[in-house]
Design a protein around this ligand. Structure first.
Ligand code: FAD
Ligand code: NAP
Length: 593
């Protein structure tokens, strides 16, 4: 065999290839990638295979590798009984991969045409010939938050033919980027541009308004597993942790998660019953979510009018009587879970001043020198704010401040206290001491207690993931799916990414890292034969049929773009980035769905 030889195996698309043959193909693949192939001297090879993905459609598959180093593939495939899709790929000799696809997204008869360019590094040694000898791998992603989109991006980038379908329970994409990130932090939402680029890849399909799970109106996980070669669970942490104390179910004890959903226009929280006609609010927890809700409640409403907070919520906030917000932590200031940017924003909040007890901060300056840099900077700022007089500019602004915020430490809630009319009047807190080695101290309650007066309690002690199927190995304590390196334990072809795998911690950047490593794991498993992609799988066609039987049609990305445009147009009229549509029926109406 010389350097100038290339082997092209003509393998019919049949699920009946015996496993021995498949093993041989796999080994041959290893041999081929080790070979040095001089493309400049290649003669033209044509490879034509006919395959049928269902009883009525015929797909033609042809490959040509001409001597000009241009690789082109034309595939006609029908994704359902009525539509025909044309797929063409060109890889020019510059190693730039350009992919133009016209395809019909079936039931809706909506046709979208998109062009996508990405660069394959010159070291890329994958053999397209070998990959094309297998079926098109169909990957399903559950959830359209950062984890879902970054996983999809990685799979589409590292595999030349895999198709990725993303199922999202809401008609709109982007998860907590749309419904969690604070509205006064619009720059954080810039990742949506990258997600939109991924969504325009012709091998990507968004199927919104489709929930996966055990409920009657959801698609069961088992159906997805049979329709796809790989299923990646990226559905985040959709509940919150509870305190399990008396009074937690009182009317004005509200989870921060729901308040966040309310001011972000999440349909299920639009009608949140929260009474802001109170002066004092206690937030239990000292993480960034606690700071987010405190900041939104204390920011002058006119400053919030420039954000994408829905008008109905702005109206309620304009009537708010909230003057004091206290963030209660069960451990000490050195354990506060918020980060420096968020603390700085609180210190500089217009019309608001910190009310901090210096006794809590005196010991901090002794421990600061030994801490890692981010923690050191955070605690230096905390100690400075608690112990030193403010600079003249801040001092001037504090003199006219009408609102205050404060931090309380070493306190654990025992019960929420109510008036005879069920109105919250305070929260009883146990006074704690710390036990355990330095840096890992845990709070231990004493018998000593105190009462903090307030009219609203916000519970902000973390989000919580749930299981969507009894077959999933799920850890109820952590609210996470059990996995090893993104691979769900004991379930072949099942993967996990983002908060449902890591737990509800970390920012978009860490979720991106999680998404990329899951995407790499999926493609590595395809390449190494750990994931069986030799059998044809119907992917979305099968699921769309199931949905159609229930009279449901998934929302596609073009329909989201229509809603997006509508929201931006309405927002521009009001001088804000967007005015969100906050009910699902209204969303579908705008989409002409
Ligand atoms: P999610 O973003 O929650 O996405 C999960 C998706 O799955 C959702 O769209 C959900 O609707 C969908 N889904 C759920 N169940 C189903 C189902 N059964 N079927 C189909 N779909 C389903 N990070 C930052 O970097 N900067 C910030 O400013 C910031 N602010 C934040 C503010 C808040 C209030 C919170 C809670 C987090 C914030 N984060 C921030 C963290 C960031 O949002 C997360 O790291 C990230 O969103 C986690 O991504 P994910 O994809 O795992 O989950
Ligand atoms: P978090 O950072 O884990 O904070 C949870 C807080 O609740 C901690 O103070 C924790 O105290 C406390 N807590 C937990 N259980 C408790 C209990 N039983 N009783 C009393 N207190 C309890 O969670 P989060 O604030 O929900 O944020 C989730 C993630 O999203 C974080 O990683 C956060 O950084 C990220 N996020 C980022 C931004 C941003 O970048 N701007 C904004 C929002 C969220 P202990 O430390 O003692 O456990």
């Amino acid at each position: 065999m010389t350097d100038n030889t290339v082997i092209i195996m003509l393998v019919p698309y049949s699920s009946k290839v015996p496993s021995l043959t498949r093993n041989l193909m796999f080994r041959t693949r290893g041999l081929l990638t080790m070979m040095s192939v001089k493309r400049t001297s290649l003669s033209t090879n044509t490879n034509t295979t006919q395959r049928s993905t269902n009883t009525t459609s015929t797909n033609t598959y042809s490959t040509t590798i001409p001597s000009t180093n241009t690789y082109s593939t034309t595939t006609q495939r029908s994704t359902n009984t009525t539509s025909t899709n044309t797929y063409s790929t060109t890889i020019p000799s510059t190693n730039t991969y350009t992919n133009t696809t016209q395809r019909s997204t079936n039931a809706s008869n909506t046709t979208y045409i998109s062009t996508n360019s990405s660069t394959i590094p010159s070291t890329n040694t994958y053999s397209t010939t070998q990959r094309k000898a297998t079926k098109v791998p169909h990957v399903c992603i559950i959830g359209s938050g950062p984890a879902g989109f970054y996983t999809a991006q990685q799979i589409l980038k590292s595999h030349p033919s895999a198709c990725v379908d993303m199922y999202e329970r809401l008609p709109v994409p982007f998860g907590l980027v749309r419904y969690g990130v604070a509205p006064d932090h619009p720059e954080v939402k810039n990742c949506i541009n990258t997600f939109t680029q991924t969504a325009r890849n012709p091998r990507f399909t968004f199927l919104g308004n489709v929930s996966v799970g055990p409920d009657n109106d959801s698609i069961p996980l088992a159906q997805l597993r049979s329709a796809y070669h790989a299923v990646v669970m990226c559905y985040g942490s959709s509940r919150d942790r509870t305190l399990n104390i008396p009074g937690e179910c009182l009317p004005n004890v509200v989870s921060a998660r729901r308040l966040v959903g309310w001011y972000n226009g999440l349909p299920e929280d639009t009608d949140l019953d929260v009474d802001l006609g109170v002066e004092s609010v206690v937030v239990v927890g000292q993480g960034n979510v606690a700071v987010d809700v405190a900041r939104i409640l204390l920011t002058p409403v006119d400053a919030l009018r420039k954000t994408d907070i829905p008008e109905a919520v702005l109206n309620r906030l304009s009537e708010s009587r909230v003057r004091r917000v206290t963030l209660v932590g069960r451990r000490g200031p050195q354990h506060a879970a918020f980060t420096i940017k968020e603390l700085r924003e609180m210190i500089n909040l217009p019309g608001c001043k910190p009310h901090l007890n210096p006794h809590h901060y005196t010991h901090l300056r002794d421990i600061i020198p030994d801490l890692p840099r981010p923690r050191k900077r955070l605690l230096e700022l905390l100690a400075k704010t608690g112990l030193d007089p403010p600079n003249p500019k801040l001092a001037a602004s504090y003199t006219t401040a009408q609102r205050t915020w404060s931090l309380s430490f070493l306190r654990s809630p025992i019960q929420v206290l109510a008036s005879e009319h069920q109105g919250v009047i305070g929260i009883e807190l146990a006074i704690n001491r710390l036990e355990g080695e330095q840096g890992r101290e845990r709070a231990v309650t004493s018998t000593e207690t105190e009462v903090m007066e307030c009219g609203l309690v916000l519970r902000s002690i973390g989000y919580q993931g749930v299981s969507i199927d009894p077959s999933i190995p799920f850890n109820d304590n952590t609210g996470t799916i059990q996995h090893i390196d993104s691979r769900v334990m004991g379930m072949e072809g099942m993967y996990v990414s983002g908060w449902i795998g890591t737990g509800p911690v970390g920012v978009i950047l860490s979720t991106m890292t999680s998404g990329f490593s899951t995407g790499k794991a999926v493609v590595a498993d395809m390449d190494r034969g750990r994931l069986d992609i030799s059998e044809d799988k119907p992917g979305q066609d099968y699921i769309r049929d199931l949905l159609a039987q229930n009279g449901v049609r998934a929302v596609n990305f073009n329909e989201w773009s229509t809603l997006n445009h509508h929201e931006e147009t309405e927002g521009a009229r009001l001088g804000k980035p967007r005015e969100k549509v906050t009910s699902i029926s209204a969303m579908l109406k705008v989409m002409n769905h």
